[in-house]
Design a protein around this ligand. Structure first.
Ligand SMILES: O=C(CO)COP(=O)(O)O
Ligand SMILES: [Zn+2]
Length: 216
């Protein structure tokens, strides 16, 4: 199989596993990934992660003209903003995962550092997650807000909506967004119970050891 058809299969396989674990539902969420020739494969608007057809993914060339496949996700402005501002981006995943959405609605959440410092992996895989205010799904304003971060964050949480993560490749983006949701679940489980947080020194050690983008 060619690299291109492998990537098509991979997008559908990761989408199916995330749907199967309830990480997104119905026709929510979207995925994009860079193709070997600098184009993009994108999940079609209104499609379900459960039943994606590899042959019908929206296919863009390197100038981002749609060359075949179904109409792309309405969240193209958001996807484009990440590719344009973070040169290292190979794939982007957006979900409507319940625990991170719930956490985004809680009072006193730190907008600049959305996830409390409960465990190491979210810090290692995501750096600091920026909470963006609620905006209409598909609104170009989401893309503008991401551009405003100037490529300094790989993960954002859209309040009352869902997380978005950019990774160097599809596997990295999926693992990172799973980490975001698992961490938000722990945050919701332990909310109001005064859990022991990682200390600032413990966080600093993680940032240094695993070369985490943190101070941006
Ligand atoms: O999650 C979604 C919008 O935020 C799903 O929209 P699309 O079906 O257009 O990808
Ligand atoms: Zn969405």
């Amino acid at each position: 199989m060619s690299e291109m058809s492998d990537l098509r299969e991979c997008i559908c396989m990761f989408a199916r596993t995330m749907h199967g674990r309830g990480l997104t539902h119905g026709s929510t969420g979207n995925i994009s990934a860079r193709t070997p020739d600098g184009g993009l494969l994108v999940t079609p608007t209104g499609s379900s992660f459960l039943t994606l057809d590899p042959a019908r993914l929206s296919h863009f060339d390197a100038e981002l003209n749609l060359i075949d496949g179904d109409k792309p996700t309405k969240e193209m402005p958001l996807h484009r903003a990440f590719y344009d501002t973070r040169g290292t981006t190979g794939a982007i995943v957006h979900l409507h995962s319940a625990h991170s959405v719930a956490l985004s609605m809680m009072p006193d959440v730190d907008e600049d550092d959305f996830l409390p410092h409960l465990t190491p992996y979210p810090i290692m895989k995501l750096g600091r997650v920026k909470l963006l205010p609620y905006m209409l799904p598909g609104d170009a304003a989401i893309g503008e807000a991401i551009r405003g971060l100037a490529g300094k964050r790989s993960a954002v949480m859209l309040a009352n909506h869902g997380p978005v993560v950019a990774g160097k490749d599809l596997e990295a983006a999926v693992y990172a967004i799973e980490e975001l949701e698992a961490s938000a679940q722990l945050a919701m489980m332990t909310r109001g119970q005064n859990p022991r947080l990682l200390s600032d020194d413990e966080v600093a050690r993680l940032v240094e050891t695993f070369d985490v983008e943190w101070d941006a």
